[in-house]
Design a protein around this ligand. Structure first.
Ligand SMILES: [Cu+2]
Length: 321
Protein backbone atom coordinates (compact mmCIF):
# COMPACT_ATOMS: atom_id res chain seq x y z
CA UNK A 1 0.00 0.00 0.00
CA UNK A 2 1.28 3.46 -0.86
CA UNK A 3 1.98 5.62 2.17
CA UNK A 4 0.17 8.92 2.29
CA UNK A 5 2.13 10.34 5.21
CA UNK A 6 4.40 12.56 3.09
CA UNK A 7 5.27 13.21 -0.57
CA UNK A 8 8.61 11.60 0.08
CA UNK A 9 7.01 8.38 1.35
CA UNK A 10 4.76 8.31 -1.73
CA UNK A 11 7.75 8.73 -4.02
CA UNK A 12 9.76 6.04 -2.24
CA UNK A 13 6.82 3.69 -2.68
CA UNK A 14 6.55 4.67 -6.35
CA UNK A 15 10.22 3.80 -6.98
CA UNK A 16 9.81 0.57 -5.04
CA UNK A 17 6.74 -0.47 -7.07
CA UNK A 18 8.43 0.56 -10.35
CA UNK A 19 11.54 -1.53 -9.64
CA UNK A 20 9.58 -4.53 -8.40
CA UNK A 21 7.16 -4.40 -11.39
CA UNK A 22 9.94 -4.28 -14.00
CA UNK A 23 11.80 -7.05 -12.13
CA UNK A 24 8.68 -9.25 -12.06
CA UNK A 25 8.13 -8.75 -15.82
CA UNK A 26 11.78 -9.67 -16.47
CA UNK A 27 11.63 -12.68 -14.16
CA UNK A 28 8.49 -14.04 -15.84
CA UNK A 29 9.83 -13.26 -19.33
CA UNK A 30 13.17 -15.00 -18.72
CA UNK A 31 11.58 -18.00 -17.00
CA UNK A 32 9.02 -18.61 -19.76
CA UNK A 33 11.62 -18.12 -22.52
CA UNK A 34 13.88 -20.65 -20.79
CA UNK A 35 11.08 -23.22 -20.49
CA UNK A 36 10.04 -22.61 -24.12
CA UNK A 37 13.62 -23.06 -25.38
CA UNK A 38 14.08 -26.21 -23.27
CA UNK A 39 11.12 -27.79 -24.99
CA UNK A 40 11.71 -26.41 -28.47
CA UNK A 41 15.43 -27.18 -28.68
CA UNK A 42 15.64 -30.38 -26.67
CA UNK A 43 18.22 -32.97 -27.70
CA UNK A 44 15.74 -35.53 -29.08
CA UNK A 45 14.43 -33.12 -31.70
CA UNK A 46 17.76 -31.42 -32.45
CA UNK A 47 20.57 -33.92 -32.70
CA UNK A 48 22.99 -31.42 -34.21
CA UNK A 49 23.48 -28.02 -32.54
CA UNK A 50 23.50 -25.02 -34.88
CA UNK A 51 26.68 -22.92 -34.66
CA UNK A 52 25.75 -19.22 -34.53
CA UNK A 53 28.88 -16.99 -34.71
CA UNK A 54 27.34 -13.57 -34.00
CA UNK A 55 24.22 -11.48 -34.33
CA UNK A 56 24.88 -7.74 -34.13
CA UNK A 57 21.23 -6.74 -33.77
CA UNK A 58 20.64 -9.15 -30.87
CA UNK A 59 23.83 -8.06 -29.15
CA UNK A 60 22.90 -4.39 -29.41
CA UNK A 61 19.41 -5.13 -28.02
CA UNK A 62 20.66 -7.10 -24.99
CA UNK A 63 23.13 -4.37 -24.11
CA UNK A 64 20.95 -1.32 -24.73
CA UNK A 65 17.67 -2.55 -23.21
CA UNK A 66 19.13 -3.53 -19.79
CA UNK A 67 21.15 -0.30 -19.81
CA UNK A 68 17.98 1.75 -20.29
CA UNK A 69 16.20 -0.19 -17.54
CA UNK A 70 19.10 0.29 -15.11
CA UNK A 71 19.30 4.02 -15.97
CA UNK A 72 15.56 4.36 -15.27
CA UNK A 73 16.07 2.70 -11.85
CA UNK A 74 19.02 4.99 -11.18
CA UNK A 75 17.22 8.18 -12.30
CA UNK A 76 14.15 7.69 -10.10
CA UNK A 77 16.24 6.39 -7.20
CA UNK A 78 18.55 9.40 -7.37
CA UNK A 79 15.80 12.00 -7.73
CA UNK A 80 13.87 10.64 -4.74
CA UNK A 81 17.02 10.18 -2.66
CA UNK A 82 18.03 13.81 -3.25
CA UNK A 83 14.54 14.98 -2.37
CA UNK A 84 15.11 13.59 1.11
CA UNK A 85 18.61 15.10 1.34
CA UNK A 86 17.77 18.68 0.39
CA UNK A 87 16.63 20.18 3.65
CA UNK A 88 14.72 23.46 3.08
CA UNK A 89 16.01 26.56 4.86
CA UNK A 90 13.94 27.53 7.89
CA UNK A 91 12.94 23.96 8.72
CA UNK A 92 12.07 23.52 12.39
CA UNK A 93 14.87 21.69 14.18
CA UNK A 94 14.14 18.97 16.72
CA UNK A 95 17.01 17.28 18.55
CA UNK A 96 16.75 13.52 18.71
CA UNK A 97 18.85 11.76 21.30
CA UNK A 98 19.04 7.97 21.31
CA UNK A 99 20.22 5.88 24.22
CA UNK A 100 19.92 2.26 25.26
CA UNK A 101 16.92 1.90 24.96
CA UNK A 102 14.84 5.04 24.66
CA UNK A 103 14.40 8.27 22.73
CA UNK A 104 14.56 11.87 23.91
CA UNK A 105 13.27 14.79 21.83
CA UNK A 106 14.27 18.39 22.52
CA UNK A 107 12.35 21.21 20.82
CA UNK A 108 13.76 24.66 19.94
CA UNK A 109 12.33 26.24 23.12
CA UNK A 110 13.93 23.62 25.35
CA UNK A 111 10.82 21.49 25.86
CA UNK A 112 11.77 17.82 26.29
CA UNK A 113 9.60 14.76 25.59
CA UNK A 114 9.99 11.04 25.10
CA UNK A 115 7.13 10.95 22.60
CA UNK A 116 7.56 12.97 19.45
CA UNK A 117 5.11 15.72 18.50
CA UNK A 118 5.34 17.47 15.13
CA UNK A 119 3.09 19.96 13.33
CA UNK A 120 1.31 18.93 10.13
CA UNK A 121 2.39 20.59 6.88
CA UNK A 122 5.70 22.04 8.16
CA UNK A 123 9.30 21.31 7.28
CA UNK A 124 10.94 19.48 10.14
CA UNK A 125 14.58 18.53 10.42
CA UNK A 126 15.77 16.08 13.06
CA UNK A 127 19.27 16.48 14.39
CA UNK A 128 20.14 13.00 15.59
CA UNK A 129 22.75 11.91 18.13
CA UNK A 130 23.37 9.03 20.48
CA UNK A 131 24.72 9.04 24.03
CA UNK A 132 26.01 5.48 23.80
CA UNK A 133 26.12 2.92 20.97
CA UNK A 134 24.94 3.36 17.37
CA UNK A 135 21.15 3.46 16.98
CA UNK A 136 19.02 4.31 13.98
CA UNK A 137 16.06 6.69 14.08
CA UNK A 138 13.40 5.05 11.95
CA UNK A 139 9.93 6.31 10.95
CA UNK A 140 8.55 3.36 8.95
CA UNK A 141 5.40 5.17 7.79
CA UNK A 142 7.56 7.99 6.37
CA UNK A 143 10.05 5.61 4.72
CA UNK A 144 12.99 7.36 6.38
CA UNK A 145 15.72 6.33 8.78
CA UNK A 146 19.05 7.73 9.82
CA UNK A 147 21.82 6.43 12.05
CA UNK A 148 22.29 7.95 15.49
CA UNK A 149 26.00 8.08 16.32
CA UNK A 150 27.63 9.68 19.32
CA UNK A 151 30.50 11.52 17.64
CA UNK A 152 28.73 13.04 14.66
CA UNK A 153 25.17 14.43 14.53
CA UNK A 154 23.18 13.29 11.50
CA UNK A 155 20.16 14.94 9.91
CA UNK A 156 16.83 13.70 8.63
CA UNK A 157 14.02 15.67 7.04
CA UNK A 158 10.25 15.15 6.92
CA UNK A 159 7.27 17.20 5.81
CA UNK A 160 4.27 15.37 7.29
CA UNK A 161 0.97 15.58 5.41
CA UNK A 162 -1.30 13.36 7.44
CA UNK A 163 -2.49 13.79 11.02
CA UNK A 164 -2.13 10.70 13.15
CA UNK A 165 0.11 8.56 15.30
CA UNK A 166 3.08 6.75 13.83
CA UNK A 167 5.69 4.33 15.13
CA UNK A 168 9.22 5.43 15.92
CA UNK A 169 11.62 2.50 16.01
CA UNK A 170 15.32 1.81 16.34
CA UNK A 171 16.63 0.18 13.17
CA UNK A 172 20.13 -0.65 14.36
CA UNK A 173 20.68 -3.59 16.70
CA UNK A 174 21.79 -1.92 19.92
CA UNK A 175 21.74 -4.51 22.66
CA UNK A 176 19.35 -6.46 24.82
CA UNK A 177 16.24 -4.28 24.67
CA UNK A 178 16.68 -3.09 21.08
CA UNK A 179 13.35 -4.64 20.14
CA UNK A 180 11.59 -2.57 22.81
CA UNK A 181 13.09 0.73 21.66
CA UNK A 182 9.82 2.09 20.36
CA UNK A 183 7.96 5.32 20.84
CA UNK A 184 5.29 7.25 18.94
CA UNK A 185 5.33 10.28 16.70
CA UNK A 186 2.12 12.32 16.69
CA UNK A 187 1.47 14.60 13.74
CA UNK A 188 -0.97 17.26 14.95
CA UNK A 189 -2.53 20.36 13.34
CA UNK A 190 -0.20 23.35 13.45
CA UNK A 191 -2.45 25.50 15.64
CA UNK A 192 -2.72 22.73 18.25
CA UNK A 193 0.97 22.10 18.02
CA UNK A 194 1.67 25.76 18.78
CA UNK A 195 -0.54 25.64 21.86
CA UNK A 196 1.06 22.43 23.05
CA UNK A 197 4.51 23.85 22.36
CA UNK A 198 3.72 26.88 24.50
CA UNK A 199 2.29 24.66 27.26
CA UNK A 200 -1.24 25.93 26.68
CA UNK A 201 -2.44 22.43 25.86
CA UNK A 202 -1.48 19.36 27.86
CA UNK A 203 -0.19 16.23 26.17
CA UNK A 204 -3.45 14.42 27.08
CA UNK A 205 -5.56 17.12 25.39
CA UNK A 206 -3.42 16.96 22.26
CA UNK A 207 -3.70 13.18 22.13
CA UNK A 208 -7.49 13.44 22.25
CA UNK A 209 -7.33 15.78 19.25
CA UNK A 210 -5.52 13.19 17.15
CA UNK A 211 -8.06 10.58 18.14
CA UNK A 212 -5.90 8.82 20.70
CA UNK A 213 -8.40 8.70 23.52
CA UNK A 214 -5.89 7.48 26.01
CA UNK A 215 -2.18 7.35 25.45
CA UNK A 216 -0.90 3.89 24.65
CA UNK A 217 1.57 4.19 27.46
CA UNK A 218 1.39 6.32 30.59
CA UNK A 219 4.80 7.78 29.98
CA UNK A 220 3.40 9.69 27.03
CA UNK A 221 1.33 11.92 29.29
CA UNK A 222 4.56 13.35 30.62
CA UNK A 223 3.60 12.34 34.16
CA UNK A 224 6.58 10.03 34.45
CA UNK A 225 9.05 12.08 32.45
CA UNK A 226 11.67 11.84 35.15
CA UNK A 227 11.63 8.02 35.00
CA UNK A 228 12.36 8.20 31.30
CA UNK A 229 14.89 11.02 31.38
CA UNK A 230 16.88 9.38 34.19
CA UNK A 231 16.95 6.10 32.34
CA UNK A 232 14.86 4.09 34.87
CA UNK A 233 12.65 2.73 32.12
CA UNK A 234 15.50 1.15 30.26
CA UNK A 235 15.36 -1.64 32.81
CA UNK A 236 11.99 -1.30 34.58
CA UNK A 237 8.73 -1.52 32.64
CA UNK A 238 5.51 0.28 33.55
CA UNK A 239 3.25 -2.47 32.27
CA UNK A 240 4.41 -5.60 34.05
CA UNK A 241 6.85 -6.74 31.36
CA UNK A 242 9.97 -8.36 32.75
CA UNK A 243 13.05 -6.43 31.70
CA UNK A 244 16.46 -6.32 33.40
CA UNK A 245 14.89 -5.19 36.68
CA UNK A 246 11.43 -5.75 38.20
CA UNK A 247 8.48 -3.90 36.63
CA UNK A 248 7.06 -0.89 38.47
CA UNK A 249 3.55 -2.33 38.12
CA UNK A 250 2.01 -3.29 41.46
CA UNK A 251 5.23 -2.29 43.19
CA UNK A 252 4.41 -0.26 46.26
CA UNK A 253 2.63 -1.98 49.17
CA UNK A 254 3.34 -5.37 47.60
CA UNK A 255 4.99 -8.25 49.42
CA UNK A 256 8.09 -9.51 47.66
CA UNK A 257 10.68 -12.16 48.24
CA UNK A 258 14.15 -10.67 48.10
CA UNK A 259 17.65 -11.80 48.88
CA UNK A 260 19.50 -9.81 51.54
CA UNK A 261 23.06 -10.96 52.28
CA UNK A 262 22.29 -14.20 50.48
CA UNK A 263 19.23 -14.93 52.65
CA UNK A 264 15.67 -15.07 51.35
CA UNK A 265 13.43 -12.58 53.13
CA UNK A 266 9.92 -11.33 52.51
CA UNK A 267 9.57 -7.55 52.53
CA UNK A 268 6.77 -5.06 52.04
CA UNK A 269 7.69 -2.47 49.46
CA UNK A 270 7.33 0.88 51.19
CA UNK A 271 8.81 4.33 50.76
CA UNK A 272 11.88 3.44 52.74
CA UNK A 273 12.51 0.25 50.76
CA UNK A 274 12.19 2.01 47.40
CA UNK A 275 14.46 4.82 48.47
CA UNK A 276 17.11 2.38 49.71
CA UNK A 277 16.80 0.27 46.58
CA UNK A 278 17.65 3.28 44.48
CA UNK A 279 20.58 4.50 46.55
CA UNK A 280 21.92 1.01 47.25
CA UNK A 281 20.50 -1.33 44.61
CA UNK A 282 22.59 -4.32 45.59
CA UNK A 283 21.41 -4.44 49.24
CA UNK A 284 18.27 -6.40 48.37
CA UNK A 285 17.76 -8.29 45.12
CA UNK A 286 14.27 -9.42 44.10
CA UNK A 287 14.17 -13.16 43.50
CA UNK A 288 14.43 -13.98 39.82
CA UNK A 289 16.66 -11.01 39.02
CA UNK A 290 20.38 -10.53 38.71
CA UNK A 291 22.60 -8.05 40.48
CA UNK A 292 23.01 -5.31 37.86
CA UNK A 293 24.38 -1.83 38.61
CA UNK A 294 21.81 0.95 38.35
CA UNK A 295 22.49 4.37 36.83
CA UNK A 296 22.02 6.07 40.19
CA UNK A 297 25.27 4.61 41.37
CA UNK A 298 26.80 6.96 38.84
CA UNK A 299 25.15 9.90 40.62
CA UNK A 300 22.26 10.45 38.24
CA UNK A 301 19.69 11.57 40.84
CA UNK A 302 20.07 14.43 43.28
CA UNK A 303 18.17 14.43 46.61
CA UNK A 304 15.12 16.23 45.21
CA UNK A 305 14.94 13.96 42.20
CA UNK A 306 15.27 10.90 44.41
CA UNK A 307 12.30 12.10 46.50
CA UNK A 308 10.33 12.76 43.32
CA UNK A 309 11.00 9.30 41.91
CA UNK A 310 10.09 7.61 45.22
CA UNK A 311 6.85 9.62 45.34
CA UNK A 312 5.93 8.66 41.77
CA UNK A 313 6.60 4.99 42.46
CA UNK A 314 4.67 5.04 45.75
CA UNK A 315 1.63 6.89 44.41
CA UNK A 316 1.22 5.50 40.92
CA UNK A 317 2.27 1.90 41.17
CA UNK A 318 0.51 0.67 44.29
CA UNK A 319 -0.58 -2.95 44.37
CA UNK A 320 -4.30 -3.16 43.84
CA UNK A 321 -5.91 -4.69 46.93
CU1 LIG B 1 18.74 1.42 19.46
Amino acid sequence: MVANTSNYAQNVDFVMILIVSISVVLLLGITFTMIYFLIKYNHKKNKNAAQIKSNTLLEVIWIVVPLIIVMVFFYYGYVVFMEGRNIPKGAMEIQVEARMWSWKFTYPNGKVTDTLFVPQGKDIVFKITSVDVVHSFYLPAFRVKEDAVSYKPTKMFIHPKEIGSFDVACAEYCGMNHSLMYTKMYVIPFKDYEKWYKDKLTTEEVLKLVGEVSPTNEIETGKFDILASKGCMQCHSLNGDKLIGPSFTDLSQSKRKVKIDGKEVEVIIDEDYISKSITNPSAAITLGYERVPMPDQMGLLNDDELKQVVKILMNNFAKKQ
